[in-house]
Design a protein. Sequence first.
Lengths: 585, 193
Amino acid sequence: MDSEWKRFRDSPNSEELTRRSSFPDEVLERVLSLLNSHKDRSSVSLVCKDWYNAERWSRTHVFIGNCYSVSPEIVARRFPNIRSVTLKGKPRFSDFNLVPENWGADIHAWLVVFVVKYPFLEELRLKRMVISDESLEFLSVSFPNFKSLSLLSCDGFSTNGLAAIATHCKNLTELDIQENGIDDRGGSWLSCFPESFTSLEVLNFANLASDVNFDVLERLVSRCKSLRVLKVNQSISLEQLQRLLAHAPQLTELGTGSFSQQLTSHQDEELKTAFSNCKNIHTLSGLWDVKAIYLPTLYPACANLTFLNLSYAALQGGELAKLLVHCPQLRRLWVLDTVEDKGLEAVGLNCPLLEELRVFPIDPYGEEIAHEVTEAGFIAVSNGCRRLHYVLYFCRQMTNAAVETVVRNCPNFTHFRLCIMIPGRPDYTTNEPMDEAFGAVVKTCTKLQRLSVSGLLTDLTFEYIGKYAKNLETLSVAFAGSSDWGMQCVLEGCPKLRKLEIRDCPFGNKALLSGLEKYESMRSLWMSACNLTLNGCRALAREMPRLNVEVMKEDGSDESHADKVYVYRTVAGPRRDAPPSVLTL
Amino acid sequence: MEKALGYGNDLNLKATELRLGLPGTDEVEEQAVSNVRNKRPMPEASMAEECGGNGKSDAEHETAPPAKTQIVGWPPIRSYRKNSFQAKKGEPEGPGIYVKVSMDGAPYLRKIDLKVYQGYPDLLKALENMFKLTIGVYSEREGYKGSEYAPTYEDKDGDWMLVGDVPWEMFTSSCKRLRIMKGSEARGLGCGV
């Protein structure tokens, strides 16, 4: 083995090494190669030098949560045998347009290093990175073993880049293009897969708008016998869906196209038959423009459904109820608030195994509020779904009592993300702040890892968080708090905090600087529209050289005001690709 | 992002500024966001005691959601998700019939799509849910018995009519806006005048 010989050559005294360690290296490496979790591998690498070396040689997948925390050269030096890379770039608030367009996180510098150090790279998974068509083309021609590309919330590329991937990647098994800022120039990229190409296992183009050539798609699906995940876009009709399913009954994850074509009863029957032949579907999504009368065609495929994503399907409560009766195994459900409390009651009644619920607003700006969910729906779900541990809930009204009831019913929350969409809204029945609601969450849910707070909140909420949320890793705060004290409580009290993102809160330099020692143990801190000044940020940067302190200024703001601040730990030093609007202090 | 005045500062100087015009009418929408940030829990609670339940005073109007003012990046929905619904506004079934609904004593109006409801019972139930009240039973003779609220609407001629008198289709095509009246005014309308 090449790697073994290199290691022997590199070690200072190979015999001494063998004598000192408890296992022969071969055994140690073999054992460690079974470890997949990057957190476990991190722990392993800290045991001793031998283990550090064995671990770095055996690692094939590297996860980098902040692309600027490390450089590609450093990664390549430490891990010589990487086949798969996951990289996350921009701060999460870039999803909500809070980060300037040209902020950074371009993948190209990484690809240039990978082509030399990891020529056999097989997999690239990117989130919130910028990738150009040139980079995609470079990727497709430079890595002959390339198999798997996943892009989530990325931007900078067009469908031409996808065409390059389809044309050149002969061994491609996965192409997963989700929710990206893609320049959609048409569906012809799909036609770039050669007729001889048969290795595809995962194809997700659900969020691309343009029509694709259906004949091309049908032929592709029918010759890729290992296809298990297929998520098509809105341009695919029900009739076309039926033909695709007929070719691929082995699918485990399906994203339908539009669900609203006028079907004859014969076509309806055919579609139902096609679904009943799909015995392995455990994940279902899509259902754009859904017409409820066609939902019964799905029922035969729902027996083993564990994840139902209806977040693009505007269903009414009664329609959802009828569908859920057929989904007894459901663990994860995403819906729109068009289902209202009535729909959520049906969830409580029909989904006893539910672990995750996400309710998205169809009308986030509240222009024409005809439908919404309230605290009643939240309680109804918690009554019936005692195993619920992940919730994302968008609403316009909430009460402290309701949240207290919910966590009493479901004390095992690991992820509690409540978004009361009206900033600073109090408990609408008592007009009090929502402090007690989140207090109840952190007191009761000892396993809580992620929390998003909203509504009218004073420092008391943050006192509770600091006092009780000992497992908290991610906290998102907006329009909340009364003074620096609030933020200080969190920084002092939450030992496992890794990501803190704050917007529009009255936290200032004192709060920022109270976390001086904390930030090196965290991945990142984001603060925008708070009370920070450039001087405060400079003080932080001065004291903590291993942090990058970036300040983004807005046009027309006060000279000394630090409008947006992003702080993160790094071993790569200050970055050199920041645009002029981003100051690294 | 505009910086709020008196941010993190206890003196809300703007409130004591001498000027012409009714309090709470100036820059309500743009300031509503910053006022919300300045809000202390104590004043809220005492206002609740004064006004009780839904009957909020004018000053509390400033905490009302600025439905027309959009805050950057709020609510936190990914652009992709937002865009996929905005594109759907022109649906093939035809536009909805959106009417404003006001309720006496409430600080802000709501808007509903009449097309969504199957008939009067459906509509009334929705209004009861939306405003947390009971409307009572309709009778031709006596209007809405059993509650102090009466649903009324302004028709094409500009007249205020009691909801329920005309067939549903005629109502949806002639209704311009809804108003939930309270108290003696409401009872007056029901008395077959």
